[in-house]
Design a binder for this molecule. Structure first.
Ligand SMILES: O=c1ccn([C@@H]2O[C@H](COP(=O)(O)O)[C@@H](O)[C@H]2O)c(=O)[nH]1
Length: 274
């Protein structure tokens, strides 16, 4: 999906909601456990309940890898089920020396070589340009670099001062010399909304993937106020608050209600910046 198409989806749906598919077998409603593939059955119901409200889906790969080969099968079926007008994110946080990154890129971007067909992947920037560019070799695919993450440990390295800048700012500035905002996004935690003004100065056009509303307590209002651009410019992720709104047979209906509430707030913020 291109920058323009993503921006159009946001305008059409009046939403910048990304539903995180952090599907944990231990948290699935009991009635699904007799399904041949409970993880896929759950994801399919969540996607059916939210596809008109979400512009993106983000399976966190750890939840699938932890299930072994069955997990990869559930992931492939889930990815195939996501509607074409939704942006897909492999939240895999990869990155290694160039030849290894090339294989990670193939695994997530290249169905012709037995890989998956995600639009984008999250990448840790720590190993530098040659660990990231192999992902950019795939025309039309996106890299989402970890910049300022939502967790308390983000202070350990990302907030370290490098003279005039902090490390996360250097990540954004340097990565923006590798490719344009049509290929690179940054992860900025919703719990870091206070830094969004500075981040927007360095990355005025890049989309930001913002996890941390809902279960981690980040504020959608603050993120929207400082992060929205006229192109949209945000993908705000919620995983547990949507997926596990109910553990019963009404889980999909309750998930939808959570997504509706986020989408309605997003529509208000989008209207305010027009
Ligand atoms: O800084 C980051 C980067 C990634 N994540 C991931 O996003 C979701 C958040 O899930 P919630 O249940 O909505 O808290 C999860 O997959 C994380 O691994 C993040 O939270 N923060």
């Amino acid at each position: 999906m291109t920058y323009q198409e993503l921006s159009e989806q946001i305008a059409q749906k009046q939403s910048y909601l990304c539903v995180g598919l952090d599907t944990d077998l231990k948290k699935l409603p009991h009635h699904l456990l007799t399904e041949p593939d409970p993880v896929f059955a759950f994801n399919r119901a969540i996607i059916d309940a939210t596809a008109d409200l979400a512009v993106a889906y983000k399976p966190n790969i750890a939840f699938y890898e932890a299930q072994g080969p069955r997990g990869w099968e559930s992931l492939q079926k889930t990815l195939d089920y996501i509607p074409a007008n939704c942006f897909t994110i492999a939240d895999a946080k990869r990155g290694d020396i160039g030849n290894t990154s090339g294989l990670y890129a193939r695994a997530f971007f290249d169905p012709a070589a037995a890989g998956l067909h995600f639009d984008s992947i999250t990448v840790a920037p720590y190993m530098g340009h040659d660990s990231v560019t192999p992902f950019l070799d795939y025309e039309g695919k996106w890299v989402i670099l970890l910049a300022l993450t939502s967790n308390p440990g983000s202070a350990d390295f990302q907030r370290q001062s490098l003279g005039e800048q902090e490390l996360f700012e250097a990540v954004i500035e340097t990565a923006n010399s590798w490719a344009g905002p049509d290929r690179i996004m940054f992860v900025v935690g919703a719990t870091q909304a206070a830094e969004l003004g500075r981040i927007r100065q360095l990355a005025p056009k890049n989309f930001l993937l913002v996890p941390g509303v809902g279960a981690q307590g980040g504020s959608l209002e603050d993120v929207s106020r400082y992060g929205l651009t006229t192109d949209g410019g945000l993908l705000v992720n919620a995983s547990r608050s949507i997926l596990y709104a109910s553990g019963g047979t009404d889980f999909a209906r309750r998930a939808r209600a959570e997504a509706v509430s986020l989408q309605q707030e997003m529509a208000r913020h989008l209207q305010a910046i027009r």
